[in-house]
Design a protein around this ligand. Structure first.
Ligand code: NAD
Length: 479
């Protein structure tokens, strides 16, 4: 059986103590490969390699770094569809989505390769005669990065892109559920000629790895995408070493649908956005607040559209929504439905696991879910949406913000004034009006409140891996 290997100091290697874990296809529940389980010894080798790699890579000119990154981008482009197939096999999303994700990953890396040459400093005005002041940007140091299973290419790509563009080395720990896609991203850099140690890949026991890496004095920065609970734990570890952190955590996105839009096309667009990656997206639209005048039409069209979704194996081209990525999500969906119904929410469609092998769950729509229900209090992270009506602008703003999360928020309206007012009122890191696109290579993506801090993407995504150093230079004397 195929084994997904560790990549340390430019070499593909199994675990030093021979341990492995299973990688499962969520569409069939079959074990499709093994993953190498990094031992402490392997982690120490990765740390030593990252330190060596940092010293080598920081002294490569930004133009040469950019050139090498663009070479890796070309390799990825040539392998795009092959990697998409690996992604569908280990994660479950449809092939079309996997290929689309590869496109986004490539675009982000390409943009970051260009940004590598733009780590500008600043010349500051003199305060004292002959005292020249300027600020330079330098790479922060070796990075430990942790990426989840929902975007197996895009999230590793973002972390690798930012770190490498800035001149940092990186140890990436992808999710143990989707390590093979991450390995292909790493392989593209290897094949493009990245010096050994600059990029390293480890996996095994998440908590042991993160603790070991974050506690090491070699690591100067951490970047994590995943749940708020795990993120908070990693922040505690980072605080002990006063290490910089970028935290992309959970979300619970509201969608405010005003009565000046066509309810039927709005509902169709909403279902398409919600079913993406079976709802396992931190910016997935989840709580729909629909204005009174179009409530019934929107709700009925939303449910009709939801019922028509073709759910199945992501490898089948007719599939619109794949399975959930693991059994934990199925159990979480089931628990949220039961809890919502216990609290007198109404089930409009879906609500149960589909009776076949694989982690399939029906697209579920709930009406009038009370604020204390599990589904409202926790990130659903699955094919589940709530719908309720609103009348009053102030009230809908309060409801939309009534969550610890603050990642993405959406509004649908034809009115520029309503759009402006709600964009300002939303407590969110990103707002999308009349569409569900929340991130492009040039735009910084990050959250507020429990959704984390720091950014990926945009010039902020490069800055995340740079330090600012002020230099005060007293000129020696007259010429
Ligand atoms: P989880 O919290 O156990 O794991 C989330 C991710 O963090 C996984 O990739 C896991 O490998 C990693 N992880 C877990 N413990 C870690 C540790 N101590 N150190 C480093 N990495 C660690 O939960 P899960 O069951 O995989 O997912 C459940 C929840 O996670 C979802 O409900 C969702 O809220 C959240 N999640 C968020 C994102 C995101 O993009 N923000 C992605 C995946 C999962």
């Amino acid at each position: 059986m195929r084994e997904s290997l560790l990549y340390i100091d430019g070499q593909w290697t199994g675990s030093s103590d021979g341990q492995t874990f299973d990688i499962v296809n969520p569409s069939t529940e079959e074990v499709i490969a093994k993953g190498a389980w990094a031992s402490k010894k392997d982690l120490d080798s990765a740390l030593a390699a990252a330190l060596k790699g940092f010293h080598a890579w920081r002294s490569v000119s930004p133009y040469d770094r950019s050139r090498l990154m663009r070479k890796a981008v070309a390799v990825l482009e040539s392998r795009r569809e092959d990697i998409a197939r690996i992604m569908t096999l280990e994660q479950g999303k449809t092939l079309a989505e996997a290929s689309g994700e590869m496109g986004v990953c490539i675009a982000n890396l390409e943009w970051m390769a260009e940004e590598a040459t733009r780590g500008y400093g600043r010349v500051l005005p003199e305060r004292t005669a002959n005292l020249r002041q300027h600020m330079i940007k330098q790479p922060i140091g070796p990075v430990a990065a942790f990426s989840p299973w929902n975007f197996p290419a895009q999230t590793p790509g973002r972390k690798i892109g930012g770190a490498l563009a800035a001149g940092c080395s990186i140890i990436l720990k992808p999710s143990e559920e989707t390590p093979m896609t991450a390995a292909e991203i790493v392989r593209a850099f290897h094949d493009a000629g990245l010096p050994p140690g600059v990029l390293n890949l480890v996996h095994g026991h998440p908590a042991e790895i993160s603790e070991h890496l974050i506690k090491s004095p070699i690591i100067r920065k951490i970047s994590f995408t995943g749940s708020t609970a795990v993120g908070k734990g990693l922040l505690h570890l980072a605080a002990d070493g006063v290490k910089r952190a970028t935290m992309e955590l959970g979300g619970h996105s509201p969608v405010v649908v005003f009565d000046d839009v066509d309810p039927v096309s709005a509902a169709k667009q909403a279902v398409a956005a919600k079913m993406r990656n079976a709802g396992q997206v931190c910016t997935s639209p989840t709580r729909f607040y629909v204005q009174d005048g179009i409530y019934k039409e929107f709700r009925d069209a939303f449910v009709e559209e939801a019922r028509a979704i073709r759910i199945g194996d992501g490898m089948d081209p007719s599939t619109q929504m794949g399975p959930l990525a693991n059994a934990r999500r199925v159990a979480a969906m089931q628990a949220m439905v039961e809890d919502a119904l216990d609290r007198h929410a109404k089930l409009l469609c879906g609500g149960k696991r589909i009776d076949r092998p694989g982690y399939y769950f029906e697209f579920t729509v709930l009406e009038d879910v009370p604020r204390n229900a599990k589904m409202k209090a926790e990130e659903p992270f699955g094919p589940m949406a709530s719908i309720e009506r609103f009348n009053d602008f102030e009230q809908v703003c309060r409801n939309a913000n009534d969550t610890p999360y603050g990642l993405a928020a959406y509004a649908l309206t034809d009115s520029a004034s309503r759009a402006a007012a709600i964009s300002e009122a939303f407590e969110a890191g990103v707002v999308a009006i009349n569409n569900y696109s929340v991130s492009t290579p040039a735009s910084p993506l990050g959250g507020v409140k429990d959704s984390g801090y720091g950014f990926e993407g945009g010039m902020e995504g490069l800055d995340a891996y740079l330090i600012s150093k002020s230099v005060m230079h007293k000129l020696a004397g007259p010429l």
